[in-house]
Structure formats: C-alpha cells, structure tokens
Design a protein around this ligand. Structure first.
Ligand SMILES: *Cc1c(COP(=O)(O)O)cnc(C)c1O
Length: 430
C-alpha cells in the first residue's frame, strides 16, 4: 500500500491545524504512523487520496449505518440544498425529524435539535440542573459524553488513549460537581446516593458504552440506576448519541428496558451531517427556552441540510429494517475473528451488541474502564496496521467501537476475516 499523498497532506495539515486533525480520535497517535486522508466513500468502502480502497468499519465513528452516500440521503440533501442552506427560521423539516425521533423512542416526548452530541449532552445536563435545582452530576469512568467541561472527566476513548483523563482548562470548580464512578458498579452507585443522593441532579450514562471499547451494562447496574431515580428524584440521562438507531431502531433503552428522563442523540440522526438532539419527558422539555427558563440556542440548529439527511436516514431505516441483517453479518464477523484468534492462540475478548463491537486484545471479561485498560494495546496496534495493509479500515484505537453497515456484504465480511487471519499471525510473532 502506498500512502505518499497522505503523508504529504498530513505534513501540510500539521502546519495549520493542531496535530493535523480536527478531532483527536482521527490521529493515529495510539497505533503509530500517520492518518490516511480520505477522498471519497461509497457504501461500505472508503478511498484515500492515494487511491487505496478500504472496507470501512469506522463509519464516520457511528453515523453511517446505511453505508456511505445512501441514494435516499443524497437525494434528500440535494433537493433541500436547491432551496437554500440556512434561514434562521423554522422549517417543516425540523418537525418531521422530531416526529420520527419521538415516534421511535417513546421516552422522548419532545426533542430539541442541536449541532453535535457534545451540545446535546451539555444542554441535557443544564436542563437537568435547571429542572431539579441541584448542582451535582454523576458519570462513569470510560463513558464519553462529548467535550463539555463538566463531562470531560474520566472520559474514555480519545481522552483515555491520550492519557488525559482531565483536560487542562477544565477548572476544579467545574469538575467538583461531577462525581465519577466505575461503570457497572451498582454497589458504588447505591453507596454514593446514600450520602449525596439529594444533591445529585442527574446520572448520565452510555446504555452500551462505545467509548472505552464496546461494553455492555449488567442487570444489577441497570436496576440500581432505576432505584436511584425512584428514591432520590435524580434524573437519568441516557446518552444514546452512539447507540440510538444503532443497536436497534428504538435505541438501547428499548433493548435493555431503561426508562430515562432525558435522552441524548447524535451521529445516526444526522445521517453524516452535524446533528445532535436532546429530548425526554414533556414536563422537563417544557423548561427549555422559549417554552421555559433554561437557556439553549443555536444559529445553525435544525439546519435544513442536516435535517434532510436525518429524515432520509431514519425513514430508510424504518422502511428497510436492516437490523436483522446487521445482526447476522456482525455475528459472522465477530465469530470469524474470534476463531482466527483462537487458532493463533491470541487471547481476544469480543464485546458486541448488534453492529457495534470491539475486539479487546486480552482474555476478558471487559465490563468497565479498569478491565478495558488491561488490553494489549501494542498487539492491537500491530493488528490495526496489518488490517490496514490488507484494505480494512478499523478504528485507530483499542478503546473505540467499530461498526458494520447495511452495505457490508457477506463477501466483505469474509475478506475481513481472511485479512484478520494473516494480521493475527503477525501479532503472535511480535
Ligand atoms: C460521539 C459521542 C458524543 C459526542 O458527540 P459529538 O458529536 O462528537 O460531539 C457524546 N456521547 C456519546 C455516547 C458519543 O458516542
């Protein structure tokens, strides 16, 4: 594989952009080497500017569940584009997408659109504090909720990868109101609430974690979340920015029987354009300005192009119901790679929910940040580059989830498993 063009492009980019990237997850810091610059994408494939083709398992870090450039999405955006790109006034598109979202996720009775997942969680936290009149929030280590100050504590993936659990610039005052607990530790959660329960506005959590690698919630943990909500009047904020419309159309909350007060969304609901959303119980959402006193705004919020991409994506998901197919090929992929690792005597722990999964280079089990961190990241780096060399584009960190799209064929999956057999052989040599 030649990457001369990407190397030159990166050298140029670092002159003008910190680290050459607009989001740290894109740099190859954790695996070594330089990022590939992408020219175009179609379906399950990416092409870099050197003309190499890759089977893509990053999917823009989650949004591309229908594959890149789905014709329905492209048509919807093109038609909308001809009418103008932004008006700063309401459009029919916003109501349509709101209708689709509230219909899909019953706990979301009303929804407000923003421009990113970060904005969604940041606004949901403000709303929870405004609604309850309490200051403190609880989050779980290794869960990522975007880069708002109060949430940038023990924040998983990129932050964890780069060893910056707390960013400089986040004041002690801000992080003091954020209490951090281990994920899936129901006892720690109940203990904390026994002393501080009455002061806690909200617990924010990923219903399936994607940002310390894929980690599933345990039943006792979900029960403890339900309990603190009922006993202490603390709001549950279910961060479905990654899992919403990914693990199933109705979200991870429907899969695991979670009844949150607020839900945050992003990624898939924008179909690849910048969209985030937060929503929930009518009584709470009515507190958002101008219906209520909690301020939140955005010049480009509900942007017509982004709404059009989101509407087409959700309507297509509803119509085509790719979830059974996604389950089938994702299962095939997970099994194939697990078997290949077994043959090479490489310990591998596979965590998966539907088309979202992580291959942890360790025996497992992985159920929280500490267990995830035990992974052999050197071995992962060798695997990553081995796969890249063979035309498979994986997330460039052990602590990220990878995604299968509805456009991945059984043949793509077989090719990926074949590539993994060779890449894993290289891992056992090193
Ligand atoms: C990606 C992600 C976010 C942040 O969304 P951005 O659009 O990157 O700001 C928040 N929460 C979760 C669970 C995510 O996966």
């Amino acid at each position: 594989m030649t990457n001369q063009q990407s190397l030159a492009a990166f050298a140029q980019a670092v002159r003008f952009i910190p680290g050459g990237v607009d989001s740290p997850a894109r740099a190859f810091g954790a695996v070594g080497g330089n990022p590939l610059f992408i020219d175009r994408a179609q379906g399950a494939y990416l092409w870099d500017i050197d003309g190499n083709r890759f089977i893509d398992y990053v999917g823009s870090w989650g949004p591309m569940i229908l594959g890149h450039n789905h014709p329905a999405m492209v048509e919807s955006v093109q038609k909308t584009l001809e009418k103008g790109t932004s008006f700063g006034a309401p459009t029919l598109l916003e109501t349509r997408l709101a209708e689709l979202v509230t219909e899909a996720i019953p706990s979301v009775e009303m929804v407000r659109f923003v421009n990113s997942g970060t904005e969604a969680t940041m606004s949901a936290i403000r709303l929870a504090r405004g609604f309850t009149g309490r200051d403190k929030i609880v989050k779980f280590s290794g869960n990522y909720h975007g880069h708002a100050d109060s949430l940038l504590v023990a924040a998983g993936s990129a932050a964890a990868t780069f060893g910056v659990p707390n960013s400089p610039g986040v004041t002690r005052g801000t992080s003091q109101d954020t209490l951090v607990l281990p994920y899936n530790d129901h006892e720690a959660l109940l203990r904390l609430f026994e002393t501080l329960g009455e002061t806690i506005a909200a617990v924010i959590f990923e219903p399936v974690v994607g940002n310390m690698g894929c980690v599933l919630p345990t039943q006792p943990f979900l029960e403890a979340l339900r309990e603190v909500r009922e006993v202490y009047g603390t709001l549950l904020i279910c961060d479905e920015v990654m899992t919403g419309f990914r693990v199933r159309y109705h979200g991870a909350q429907s899969l695991f029987g979670i009844h949150p007060d607020l839900t945050t969304l992003g990624k898939i609901i924008g179909g690849g354009l910048p969209v985030g959303a937060y929503g929930g119980k009518r009584e709470i959402m009515q507190q958002v300005m101008p219906a209520g006193p909690v301020y939140q705004a955005g010049t480009l919020s509900g942007n017509p192009l982004a709404m059009a991409a989101g509407i087409a994506t959700l309507e297509t998901l509803k119509k085509e119901d790719p979830y059974p197919y996604l389950e089938q090929i994702s299962h095939q992929l997970a099994d194939g790679i697990q078997n290949a690792a077994q043959k090479k005597n490489i310990p591998l722990c596979v965590n998966r929910v539907g088309s979202m999964m992580t291959f942890f280079f360790q025996p497992g089990p992985v159920f929280d940040w500490n267990t995830s961190a035990k992974s052999d990241t050197k071995r992962f780096a060798t695997f990553f580059h081995g796969m890249l060399e063979r035309g498979v584009y994986l997330p460039c960190s052990q602590f990220e989830a990878m995604f299968v799209s509805a456009k991945h064929t059984a043949e793509d999956i077989e090719k990926t498993i074949k590539a993994a057999e060779t890449a894993l052989a290289e891992c056992s040599l090193k």
